[in-house]
Design a protein around this ligand. Structure first.
Ligand SMILES: NC(=O)c1ccc[n+]([C@@H]2O[C@H](COP(=O)([O-])OP(=O)(O)OC[C@H]3O[C@@H](n4cnc5c(N)ncnc54)[C@H](O)[C@@H]3O)[C@@H](O)[C@H]2O)c1
Length: 365
């Protein structure tokens, strides 16, 4: 077996615990150091998860660290990612890849120039739900996919997140915050998107936080908070989408897909598990598809990336996938502003599915 890859984490906020926890489940990698612009956040994480707290510069200067996991806020993703690439490290970023298509392009280009790898969340599609839905679609469970719906509707995160400002800053909003789960899940099942038509708006110019730690904080809303539209996929399927932080209550499903022979309910793409249900034209209602995949959790995308770098194969939660997804997501606002359909400039091959029979936290070589 090869040595564990030493990695560093930059950004030790709310989501970092999931990554530190996931790292303890694998022999493929080891978190050597963590850093944050708030040194006390790095120190707290280092103490809890037995690694060393260092400054961002020290982490990037450490020749032992091969890969940086970037868990900063969306606006810092590309800036921190570029620094890591310049320092000769591979980068795996939390979503979104960048706050604009043009920004994401800088990261992808520099990585290609340097011969380094970019990975990006979400990795939820590598869970049992996403892999089971992909397998069922590939095996023709509902025939040829024709249409579908993708809905993520709520009232935003200021009621629970300790630092909710970034959800309404450039790079936030329901599309760039939650859209990555939905669009990535759909691309994994259906393939790349060809064009997008969108209508987008926002209901409030300001939000007032009610979460503990931020209660009473006034948050300016700088992004669309209700985005609707349709994505036409290269395979011909047309998916209707709503991503909203402006809806108090609803009864819409996460993702449903409609094919020539039947329909499929795909579980919440912001989670790793959940049942995949199929109903056929002449069947007996919704039937659960049995899953041959482990549930997994956050960090499986990094583990897959590390193993792929070691063995020279492609990794699944890749920068190219996230870059295409970023183009799709940002096209909703572009379409709304211009009144035009937006044709995608990028395309991507679907990531290879996991083989069945893997154990929890295990990837193929
Ligand atoms: N919180 C969640 O439930 C959740 C879930 C999935 C994904 N995410 C994603 O994870 C990322 C982080 O979210 P979070 O909720 O942990 O946010 P957070 O605000 O709790 O943590 C972000 C951390 O990054 C640090 N930081 C910001 N800019 C930095 C920089 N330039 N250099 C070094 N450190 C910097 C901040 O000090 C903070 O500690 C976001 O992209 C978010 O979309 C969050």
């Amino acid at each position: 077996m090869q040595d564990k890859m030493k990695i560093g984490i930059i950004g030790c906020g709310s989501i970092s615990g999931a990554y530190f926890g996931g790292a303890q489940k694998t022999d493929a990698l080891e978190i050597k150091s963590c850093a944050d612009i708030r040194m006390e956040a790095a120190q707290n994480a280092a103490k809890k998860y037995s690694c060393q707290a260092v400054t961002v510069d020290e982490l990037l200067a450490d020749p032992e660290i091969e890969l940086v996991v970037n868990l900063t806020v969306p606006r810092a993703h590309v800036e921190v990612g570029l620094q890591a690439l310049q320092a000769g490290k591979h980068v795996y970023s939390e979503k979104p890849l960048g706050v604009s298509f043009e920004e994401g392009q800088k990261l992808i280009r520099l990585a290609a120039e340097k011969g380094l790898h970019v990975g990006c969340a979400p990795d939820t599609f590598l869970g049992a739900g996403g892999q089971t839905a992909r397998k069922a679609m590939d095996e023709g469970a509902i025939g040829r996919p024709i249409a579908g719906t993708a809905f993520m509707c709520g009232h935003g995160h200021e009621s629970w997140h300790p630092n909710p400002t970034f959800f309404y800053d450039i790079g936030g909003g329901p599309m760039l915050d939650m859209g990555p789960y939905y669009v990535t899940a759909l691309v994994n099942i259906l393939g790349p998107v060809k064009r997008v038509a969108g209508v987008t708006t926002k209901a409030f110019e300001e939000r007032i936080a009610t979460s503990s730690g931020a209660s009473g904080q006034r948050i300016p809303v700088k992004v669309s908070t209700h985005l609707t539209g349709a994505m036409e996929f290269a395979n011909g399927a047309v998916i209707t989408m709503i991503m909203s932080f402006d809806m108090r209550r609803h009864s819409l499903p996460c993702i449903e897909l409609y094919g020539t022979e039947g329909s499929m309910k795909v579980p919440d793409p912001n989670g790793f598990g959940g049942p995949v249900l199929v109903a056929l034209a002449k069947g007996e209602g919704w039937q659960e598809i049995s899953s041959a995949f482990p549930q997994n959790a956050r960090m499986i995308g990094v583990i897959d990336m590390v193993c792929a770098i070691r063995s020279g194969r492609a990794h699944r939660a890749s920068g190219d996938l996230a870059y295409h997804v970023l183009e799709v997501m940002t096209a909703f606002d572009k379409s709304s502003q211009t009144g035009q359909h937006i044709e995608m400039q990028t395309t991507v091959e679907r990531p290879n599915p996991f083989p069945s029979g893997l154990n929890e936290w295990e990837v193929d070589d």
